[in-house]
Write a protein of this length. Structure first.
Length: 188
């Protein structure tokens, strides 16, 4: 899941205007942002299991995408946001960070551990919606569409659309095209 996470941040922004949109976008992708250096040093990796395209990777993110690891990152992000923007933004930010794990749990194959590093070799989690590509693409598209709808409704009421509307529309279009490229396995 990629685009669906952005739908969450757009929806949340429409309901919590005191929290900056950029921080919600970063929050939805914080697990992936932390994954990058972990991947570079060899703690986590991605293995292709198909011909490319949507959902054809096995992700070994045993720290960033473990249940406990994602909860730790959520709490750290919540504490930082609370300090910067207040208690409500802290709670919202922590929830948005954790929403990434929840959505990944739905789409990932069983490749997400409960404990960081898969300590104890407990069963790996994931419902595997990626195995049904049309269903997972539909879920992502729906999350993105809902996010765009709520954010555009909010932006029109707040008159920020006049200043940022074209950029927001371009961002939504780019995300939709990215989702389609994943689905059809198009390398850009």
């Amino acid at each position: 899941m990629f685009a669906g996470h952005f739908g969450i941040s757009a929806t949340v922004k429409s309901k919590t205007p005191e929290t900056p949109l950029w921080s919600l976008i970063v929050s939805t992708q914080l697990l992936e942002i932390v994954f990058i250096p972990f991947n570079l040093v060899g703690l986590e990796n991605i293995e292709s299991i198909g011909e490319g395209g949507y959902g054809n990777d096995m992700i070994y993110a045993f720290y960033t995408h473990s249940l406990v690891g994602s909860l730790i990152l959520s709490v750290l992000a919540a504490l930082l946001a609370k300090r910067l923007w207040g208690r409500k933004s802290g709670i919202i930010t922590g929830a948005v960070v954790f929403s990434h794990w929840i959505l990944d749990f739905i789409v990932h194959r069983p490749d997400m551990p409960i404990l960081p590093g898969n300590i104890g070799n407990l069963p790996l989690l994931g419902l595997g919606l990626w195995e049904m590509v049309p269903g997972s693409v539909l879920l992502e598209a729906l999350l993105l569409a809902i996010g765009c709808f709520f954010y555009f409704s909010y932006a029109l009421k707040k008159e920020v659309f006049a200043h940022k509307g074209k950029g927001i529309m371009a961002g939504c279009a780019m995300t939709a095209f990215l989702l389609l490229s994943f689905y059809f396995g198009i390398s850009l």
